[in-house]
Design a protein around this ligand. Structure first.
Ligand SMILES: *Cc1c(COP(=O)(O)O)cnc(C)c1O
Length: 360
């Protein structure tokens, strides 16, 4: 068996220990004689899986009791609609545009109310995070929306915006569980799990209890109401059961590694190795303002498209997969999520050095 170093932005690398455990339990989950894929979501075995997953996530993120944890479907993109449908009481929201995902979320919200784009980094191809210390927050805004880590452009809010008392809603798809977070600063934290936690198909929504009401926009489908899912403990209909099971295993893996403090340390060490190399390289360079660099997604270029393509091709042949940058940015992007080992980044940097020498 051969495993590659997978730098995909998502679906992305998962811990090998988790995959092995899942393989061992594939045919007979803990004496049930069946796979988790084959069991009722109302069974005792599955009830234990989802209860334990929530408990471990709460412990990892230190989630206060007045927040609910929901395991939903529809991808992060479905939240682009679900959030305004449930939160737009005044039909106004403020969006900070730091990339494609925030842009898409704003465009979707616009179907349901007035969207104010109160800041943007579009002027420099989203290569930085705008100053959000004193934004023109709308008086009647129902919430302020950010995409906290910009998967495509490789930027991250290292400081949350000053929302002047308004509710903060954050898409954390690509930085979920990468470092400690103060949940109390948010109304909603959500993310698709396929970047840093588990298989595609599960979305985790952490939502403050007082935001879960029956007072939603007229016509909101049952399946898009937070209250329906919260009241049913994420079991209103069949949940993404296998995905939840894998997420649960990843939560345990992170706990065993020392929790989110340890993850942060590990991620900083990995990212530093790559950024330090980029900063001194004569061939490669990072595309993001240093202060706003993401620990998870690292875009870089040579400045020559043909050379970029050559690099991606030779890297692939050497066992480094999915280094091609997003189609809207070009160049390369290394996503170095929680499960990417230090050795993977070390090997990549060594390969980049060799390529640099060969193509000087
Ligand atoms: C990948 C991604 C999305 C879209 O996720 P889907 O689950 O495919 O809808 C949204 N936001 C961010 C930050 C992402 O990285």
């Amino acid at each position: 068996m051969k495993r590659v170093y997978n730098f995909s932005a998502g679906p992305a690398v998962l811990p090998v220990e988790v995959l092995k455990e899942a393989a061992e339990e594939m045919l007979d989950y803990k004496g049930t004689g069946m796979s988790v894929m084959e069991m009722s979501h109302r069974s005792k075995a599955f009830e234990e899986i989802i209860t334990e997953a929530e408990k471990d996530l709460r412990e990892l993120m230190n989630i206060p009791d007045n927040y609910k944890v929901l395991f939903l479907q529809g991808g992060a993109s479905q939240q682009f609609a679900m959030i305004p449908m449930n939160l737009m009481k005044n039909k106004v929201a403020d969006y900070i545009i730091t990339g494609q995902w925030a842009k898409k979320a704003a465009a979707e919200a616009e179907k349901y109310g007035k969207v104010n784009r109160i800041a943007s980094s579009a002027d420099k191809t989203f290569s930085y995070i705008p100053d959000c210390s004193d934004l023109p927050i709308s008086e009647d805004a129902d919430y302020v929306y950010i995409c906290e880590n910009n998967t495509i452009y490789g930027t991250k809010f290292h400081e949350l915006p000053n929302t002047k008392g308004k509710l903060l809603v954050a898409d954390v798809s690509s930085c979920f569980l990468s470092e400690p977070v103060d949940v109390t600063k948010y109304g909603i934290i959500y993310g698709g799990v396929q970047k840093n936690i588990g298989p595609a198909g599960t979305v985790i929504v952490i939502i403050r209890e007082d935001l879960i009401t029956e007072d939603v926009l007229p016509g909101t489908p049952t399946m898009l109401q937070y209250k329906i899912h919260a009241d049913a403990k994420s079991l209103y209909n069949t949940p993404p059961a296998y995905g939840i099971y894998i997420c649960g295993k990843v939560f345990k893996w992170i706990k065993n590694m020392g929790g989110l403090e340890a993850m942060k340390e590990r991620n900083e060490k990995k990212a530093k190795l790559l950024y330090d190399f980029l900063d001194q390289s004569k061939l490669f360079k990072g595309t993001v303002e240093k202060k706003d660099r993401s620990l998870m997604n690292v875009p870089f270029v040579t400045g020559n498209e043909e050379l970029d393509a050559k690099f991606v091709k030779e890297a692939k042949a050497a066992g480094f997969e999915n280094l091609k940058g997003h189609r809207t940015v070009g160049g390369m992007r290394a996503s170095i999520y929680n499960a990417m080992p230090y050795e993977g980044v070390e090997a990549l940097v060594a390969f980049m050095k060799e390529f640099e020498e060969a193509n000087a």
